[in-house]
Design a protein. Sequence first.
Length: 230
Amino acid sequence: MWNDKKKAITFSFDDGCRRDEDVVRILNKYGLKATFNLNSALLGTHFARDDNYKISPAEAAVLYKGHEIAAHTLSHPTLTLLPDDKTVVYQVEQDRLDLEKLVDEKVVGFAYPGNGDGEIFDDRVAKILAEQTGVRYARTPLSSYDFEIPTDLYRLKPTVHLIDEKLFYLAEEFVNLKTDEPKLFFIWGHGFELDNGDGFDLGTFDGFCRYISDKKDIFYGTNAQVLLEK
Ligand SMILES: [Zn+2]
């Protein structure tokens, strides 16, 4: 696993927003790998969060090459609020299958969408994903603030949110960590968060990527590569 390295870093970005073009450019510059969680029914549509158009289906097939595409539901509903199990399966599985067709690759990942109107996931929804879809891991937006290998792949907690104030502290700790056990630094966010004027901009992201890159003892992989490849 991880080319015999004990440490791995992975990124996860949601929603397929326009700023992903810059995110991918910077990741590629430093040889870093990410997973992009896309709503297939919303690709190319106007996105209120950054007042721009989301990456179109044709663009997605090209832009994300070399990274992983994962599902994020067709239209970004809060899964726990959907009327029945069948609708949950449809939102997840149809998105997954549409994305497989789009990129002509297997899609096995998922990130829970959140809209601030209810619980993002619960035991019922996690069970539906595990038993009734082709999803093999499902990422939540809850930070673990640790580097342990996730054991519950349907309630997967990343280490930290990209714009969290602890990001650089954790990065320094991880880069300097000596370990015989596998350890994972898992960062999640949205491209549009690099626009929001809170001081975390593209330059900050570039500096962060430069800082964590090019370390001989770290494996850089997509979410599926670091979680599923043995
Ligand atoms: Zn989302």
